[in-house]
Design a protein. Structure first.
Length: 94
């Protein structure tokens, strides 16, 4: 007897994704298409929590080169603090 699939696994299957990571990645791409950016907090958002985890995996060397490249391709910011610092420096220089 097989275990009943989780709600998230059912959701992934409906989207045609084999890997749940790909489902969240598709949500990330859709978010950027809708909002024009990837700035979001992790509070109360499953996508935001997923983004935080990707940053942790990257920092600890646990994010595969393939996934890193996919995230890079959509403008994912792996270190938001550095990005904010750089942005503020550019604003001061302008």
């Amino acid at each position: 007897m097989s275990a009943k699939p989780t709600v998230f696994e059912d959701y992934c299957k409906r989207l045609g994704a084999v890997d749940p990571w790909d489902v969240r990645y598709q949500e990330l791409v859709a978010f950027k298409a809708k909002h024009g950016h990837l700035d979001m907090t992790s509070r109360g958002s499953k996508l935001g929590v997923w983004m935080r985890l990707q940053r942790e995996y990257f920092k600890n060397g646990r994010l595969s080169p393939e996934r890193t490249a996919k995230l890079d391709a959509v403008g994912f910011i792996f270190n938001p603090l550095d990005s904010t610092w750089d942005q503020r420096c550019r604003e001061l220089a302008a």
